[in-house]
Design a protein around this ligand. Structure first.
Ligand SMILES: [Zn+2]
Length: 60
């Protein structure tokens, strides 16, 4: 019974991981303020707080 529960949760975890990969979530952030946010448009823009150019952060 316990083993079955593990398999179900494992399958759920894998499907959730695939979904995340297909969406290819990326983050951008301000190197000055160290703030991060989701990239929602092609343009990175600038930081609202300090005006620095935002940079694409590597996925963790
Ligand atoms: Zn900033």
């Amino acid at each position: 019974m316990f083993e079955q529960a593990v398999q179900v949760s494992e399958a759920f975890r894998q499907s959730a991981h695939q979904m995340q990969g297909s969406l290819h979530m990326a983050l951008k952030g301000c190197p000055e303020c160290r703030t991060t946010q989701m990239i929602a448009s092609p343009a990175l823009g600038v930081c609202e707080d300090c005006g620095s150019n935002l940079v694409v952060l590597p996925r963790e």
